[in-house]
Design a protein around this ligand. Structure first.
Ligand code: ATP
Ligand code: MG
Length: 423
């Protein structure tokens, strides 16, 4: 992509929502635009990162054997009355039709997925199975001041599993927990796996996945060494005590919840009378689990974890592009033409190798501004082509995460970049 063609450029002055680092950097860098508090447009750069995050999550859910679907956000009131959540959930957005019929705008999808699964699963032979979607959620959040960490409209991957026995549910729950840790790791985030209460969902087993950041609203008692933790709201252990898992020391930490999994038992299958026929021909209630990852919040948590005073420092796996190619202007027109054609060859060669390049080809922008812009956007690798570099038949190579630059011969750049990006 040529930067000159990108309609959503870097913003110089960001006033709104700048109390949160993720909002400031994502708005400034041209990743998102704030429509109103808690509601964002994902601009071309931001959308590429969001999609990469969601693809990682999708791959990990597929690897569990879960099947992807896409459910409606517009949900009938009757389903929410059946689960007694029409009145019980304060963040639920409610809509009224011109015919006076009422609907919920999905803040979660148990009310849709449970009757859906019920239509297809009748016998023990139809179970277990898991299904998931990556969709937009709506929540009437009172405070929406943490950028994309807390949206009123946001993205979530939500998975639901259905089982005949507790062993089957527990086995899948534990595999989902491992898949979650793997997904966060692939996104460049270390998380604490925190024992939590069931909240509005259930009082059965539940784990939160907490990314450590001062921007988080949750207080944890967590191990300094391993991923063990407890939410301070339900903690049975204290700061200074030994971690029951590895013996490390427990400390107080702040985190943002980037995922939550629940053993729901029969809470929702009771509400809809969802039974299956067991192998003796008897009716039995289906057991259920639910598993959520806030994918747009995850993008915000990644920014909170990976930035410096110059801007974002994206992990390669979720960077909107891999390479920031910067060409500097020469006063000599012939040299300028050579810089442009060399850059074009490099850009096309990298693209042909599947390497995603954002080329700052703007003719009238100063080097200082281009470098500042490149740092703000935070792609893993910056390559600079200038008159001086061209004379040496090389490019300047600098990784976003380090301060030293080096020069690399033009002839070697492609293979060096490939090697650098190899996972
Ligand atoms: P919180 O306590 O932060 O309000 P929650 O416990 O209500 O979150 P869940 O119902 O467990 O959220 O939703 C699953 C996941 O969706 C959360 O772990 C989080 O990653 C994400 N999420 C929840 N609310 C929001 C929001 N308002 N904006 C962005 N992501 C959210
Ligand atoms: Mg939660």
């Amino acid at each position: 992509m040529r930067y000159s063609q990108l309609f959503s450029k870097t913003q110089k002055n960001v006033s709104q929502d700048s109390e949160s680092i993720n909002a400031k950097l994502l708005i400034q860098g041209g990743f998102v635009d704030q429509e109103m508090a808690g509601v964002y447009t994902w601009l071309p750069l931001g959308l590429r990162t969001l999609r990469k995050v969601e693809q990682i999550v999708r791959e990990e859910m597929d690897a569990l054997g879960a099947q992807e679907i896409f459910m409606p956000s517009l949900q009938p009131k009757e389903y929410w009355l059946a689960t007694k959540r029409w009145e019980g959930v304060d963040i639920l957005f409610k809509l009224k039709s011109q015919t006076d019929k009422e609907y919920a705008l999905g803040c979660t999808h148990e009310e849709v997925v449970t009757p859906l699964a019920q239509k297809f699963a009748h016998s023990y032979k139809d179970l277990p199975f898991a299904t998931y979607q990556i969709n937009t959620k709506f929540r009437d959040e009172l405070r929406a001041k943490s950028g994309v960490l807390r949206g009123r409209e946001f993205r979530m991957k939500d998975m639901y599993s259905f089982h005949t026995t507790q062993e089957s549910l527990t086995e899948f729950y534990n595999r989902a927990l491992e898949a979650y840790v793997k997904a966060y790791k692939r996104c460049g985030l270390a998380v604490k796996v925190v024992q939590a209460s069931g909240g509005i969902f259930t009082e059965n087993a539940s784990h939160e996945f907490q990314a450590l950041t001062d921007a988080g609203e949750d207080v944890l008692i967590a191990c300094e060494k391993c991923e063990f933790g407890q939410n301070s709201e339900v903690a049975t252990l204290k700061v200074g005590e030994a971690c029951p898992k590895c013996g490390g020391t427990l400390a107080q930490m702040k985190g943002v919840e980037v995922g939550n999994i629940f053993d729901l038992g029969t809470k929702y299958t009771d509400a809809f009378g969802f039974d299956f026929m067991n192998d003796k021909g008897e009716k039995q209630r289906v057991l259920m689990g639910c598993y959520g990852i806030g994918t747009s919040r995850l993008v915000g948590a990644i920014v909170e974890a990976h930035h410096d005073d110059k801007g974002i420092v994206w992990p390669t796996s979720v960077a909107p592009f891999h390479v920031s190619l910067v060409t500097l202007r020469s006063r000599d027109e012939a040299v300028q033409a050579q810089i442009d054609s060399t850059a074009k060859d490099l850009y096309e060669g990298l693209a042909a190798a599947g390497i995603e390049v954002l080329w700052d080809d703007r003719p009238d922008t100063s080097p200082g501004e281009k470098f500042a812009n490149s740092d703000l956007i935070g792609l893993p690798l910056r390559l600079v082509l200038s008159e001086r570099m061209l004379k040496e038949q090389s490019v300047e190579w600098k990784q976003r995460s380090t301060s030293e630059a080096q020069s690399v011969a033009l002839a070697d750049v492609l293979s060096r970049v490939k090697e650098y990006l190899r996972p």
